[in-house]
Write a new protein. Structure first.
Length: 215
């Protein structure tokens, strides 16, 4: 099962949602993202939010189309995205995709990136990907991983999320590394590229953010 969550980020940064559509997937709208889904012909299974960014007319449309509506007061301890992501994690899916989570307010962007830390720390690790037109972002805990060439996202960056990442090894990359220590704040691993169809990366300590990008 794959769960797709669409937040209210700028629509011009969204990829073509039809490329990610499957009848077996679950779609969740977050606040104004519900309207974006419906405008793309996707009726979400449920919605989360305080909906302070929609008009009364739009709210009526949401109430008429979405079966399970989870509405919250604007004053709360979690963002709408966090509430939706918490629900998605409880379902133990194989993958969670976040759309509409980049662009616009920087505080929302940084908060959404930090939300990726929670599933990374869980014993039952669930992959969560944040996707827009030019990027796919995800976090990984220590381990060994394979990564496949993607001609539309040729640049691959590795960014420490913890104070340090230890033992980073990159194989099959234009700029390889072996057992390297990467402190928080380092730009050593920005804009790498694969030289083969597949590459491998591994590390022993820390949490790393993988960013796959194009120009």
């Amino acid at each position: 099962m794959i769960i797709n969550i669409l937040a209210g980020g700028p629509e011009e940064l969204l990829p073509d949602l039809k490329d990610y559509y499957s009848e077996t997937d679950i779609w969740i709208g977050v606040d104004k993202g519900v309207l974006t889904l419906m405008s793309n012909g996707i009726i979400p299974s449920m919605a989360f939010g305080d909906f302070d960014s929609v008009t009364e007319e739009e709210m009526t449309m949401i109430e008429e189309n979405v079966k399970e509506l989870n509405r919250f007061k604007p004053i709360k301890d979690e963002t709408d995205m966090e509430l939706a992501l918490n629900f998605a994690l409880e379902q133990s899916p194989e993958l969670i995709r976040l759309f509409g989570a980049t662009g616009g307010r920087l505080d929302h962007l940084f908060a959404n990136i930090q939300l990726l830390v929670k599933p990374t720390l869980n014993r039952d690790f669930v992959q969560v990907e944040m996707i827009d037109q030019k990027n796919i972002v995800y976090l990984k805990p220590p381990g060994s991983y394979s990564i496949k060439r993607n001609s539309t996202l040729k640049y691959i960056s590795f960014v420490p999320i913890t104070m340090e990442v230890c033992g980073l090894t990159l194989q099959g990359f234009k700029y390889p590394l072996k057992d390297c220590h990467i402190p928080l704040g380092s730009t050593l691993c920005i804009s790498n590229e694969l030289i083969n169809d597949y590459g491998n990366f591994s590390f022993s300590e820390g949490i790393i953010m993988v960013v796959r990008s194009n120009d």
